[in-house]
Design a protein around this ligand. Sequence first.
Ligand code: GLN
Length: 309
Amino acid sequence: MTDLQAILDDIHAELSPRIGEGKVADYIPELAKIDPNQFGMAIATVNGDLYSVGDAAIPFSIQSISKVFMLTLALGKVGESLWTRVGREPSGTAFNSIVQLEREEGIPRNPFINAGAIAISDVVLAGHAPREAIGELLRFVRYVADDETITIDDKVARSETQTGYRNLALANFMRAYGNLDHPVEHVLGVYFHQCALSMSCQQLAKAGLYLAARGSNPITGHSVVSPKRARRINALMLTCGHYDGSGDFAYHVGLPGKSGVGGGIMAVAPGIGSIAVWSPGLNKVGNSQLGAVALEMLAARTGWSVFGD
Ligand code: GLN
């Protein structure tokens, strides 16, 4: 049996001279304040073990990782008809790109770029006031992570509401093309709050367990989605979870993963466990620089790549 704690300790020790690499997201004022000298990693296994190292208990802004949970909720509500609103192909463009959205007439390439996630927020909003939709997401995340202490950081949500000009542009574009049913401010209210979910690596690793274990949390027995749906969400994470860095992440790490500009990555080793890493410094395409390196080291040492060991 691989000694996962020893592997995590090794990765941490090897990377510690590099902690602080990359650039924190400064286009969201509240995130610009984050100390880049932090690094945490956690693994939750389908057997119920939890391993962690470094700053794995410190909550951080999960940002776009929330798009995985919102996609799960939206699929639960409208099923496969979701795919008339958003595509399933890698975008090859930045997470907040506008050009492609115009060329493709308001249908975002996939649920994990900003435009796609905004369309998904619109789906989850149906039949609710924005506050209720946010409450539903929070309940869902607490349920999958089996942790009632998870919260949303209102300061981060406010900071993005005040400065999210590009997201406002994306939402207005989609509304103009008829791909948003609700007022732009309501949809973005949901979107900014989901991005402001605050979770630690330990909580995030546990939250991803349903994707590692055929749709159910193996520890609590909570059933979340069918095995088929879990497999498909993993496929989307693998192909689209790192924006225009998705190919590179698959090449180096070989696991379905979703990144966020808060510097977190949640990755899934199907049948084995769920992994979360956090290091706030980002690379050029907005993914955690050291986070990806740490996951590459983990995949190399464990042989967990979905493409073979
Ligand atoms: N809230 C961020 C934004 O909309 C999410 C982006 C991300 O994490 N890649 O810009």
